[in-house]
Design a protein around this ligand. Structure first.
Ligand SMILES: NC(=O)c1ccc[n+]([C@@H]2O[C@H](COP(=O)([O-])OP(=O)(O)OC[C@H]3O[C@@H](n4cnc5c(N)ncnc54)[C@H](OP(=O)(O)O)[C@@H]3O)[C@@H](O)[C@H]2O)c1
Length: 261
């Protein structure tokens, strides 16, 4: 029997990358996102290329009813080997200028959805004494960025949630990882939430491809290893800026150059 993986936000970017990587490792997949057309195209491609089974589960993960359907699907499957909580978005702007519904939607998709899907998946994983969960956070969860209040807050919350969960699940042989990517080439930068960001000003060495991010995440997924920052440049950036007492100031200056207002 093939292992089964469920990936949220599989219709593009990092989620699409996980789907391709896991398909190549002979996982069956459940793909979740709003754009069913994209998920169906990916399903056809992966099924014909790898001979696996892919189920498409369209859902808006800012909506309670849809989150409940995904939770139920997780409880219904016989054995989920890997859950990837990846769906997310950002909305740049001063906290007060961003509509409250947008903030609450981000809180829901990054934190509440992740918490609910982990809670649905873990009992069966514990029973089988194996399984993995990847919660896609961000380097934005490791230090504050202006005009990113809810993004930084929810991604930081994901890291702390995952650290605690990883410790609890290690004795049950379950791997729980918070993945903290830096700048990764995806469509997220073309979404309306990123309007005004001067991506061309971000140094090339800070960018990573989806493939490298996903490969590092999967290679480092193991019980008791709660946080993965993919890419050497990102780890150096983390040590140099985020842990440095003056790093926050420098980081803020850099950000105002990337996002002039
Ligand atoms: N790219 C980066 O530089 C970067 C860096 C750090 C962290 N991340 C994180 O990586 C994750 C994936 O982002 P990405 O860069 O791959 O961006 P992306 O290409 O825009 O993908 C985002 C995915 O999330 C899904 N999604 C968004 N809103 C949704 C909703 N309401 N309900 C269900 N699914 C929804 C999208 O699908 P639909 O639109 O079809 O619903 C899409 O599949 C995010 O959590 C992001 O915060 C990205």
């Amino acid at each position: 029997m093939r292992p089964l993986g469920l990936i949220t936000g599989a219709s593009s970017g990092i989620g699409d990358g996980y789907a391709r990587a896991l398909a190549s490792q002979q996982y069956d997949l459940i793909l979740v996102a709003r754009r069913a057309d994209r998920l169906n195209a990916l399903k056809s491609e992966l099924e014909s290329q790898y001979g696996i089974c892919v189920e498409v589960l369209p859902a808006d993960l800012t909506c309670d009813h849809d989150i409940a359907r995904v939770e139920q699907r997780i409880r219904d499957v016989e054995a989920l080997a890997l859950l990837v909580n990846n769906a997310g978005f950002d909305q740049l702007g001063d906290f007060v200028d961003v509509p409250l519904e947008r903030h609450l939607g981000m809180l829901k998709i990054h934190l509440e959805t992740t918490i609910r899907l982990c809670h649905a998946a873990l009992p069966a994983m514990r029973q089988r004494r194996c399984g993995g969960i990847i919660n896609v956070s961000s380097m934005g969860g490791l230090g504050p960025l202006p005009q990113n209040s809810l993004y930084c807050a929810t991604k930081a919350g994901l890291i702390m949630f995952t650290k605690v969960l990883s410790g609890e699940e290690q004795p049950h042989n379950i791997a729980v990882q918070a993945l903290c990517p830096g700048y990764t080439y995806t469509e997220i930068f073309n979404t309306p939430g990123f309007a005004g960001l001067r991506t061309e000003r971000i140094p090339r060495f800070l960018w990573m491809s989806v493939d490298s991010v996903v490969r590092e995440s999967l290679n480092k997924l193991r019980p008791g290893r709660p946080v993965v920052i993919p890419g050497l440049a990102n780890r150096i950036f983390y040590l140099g800026f985020i842990l440095n007492p003056f790093g926050e100031q420098i980081n803020r200056r850099m950000w105002s150059w990337l996002y002039p207002q």
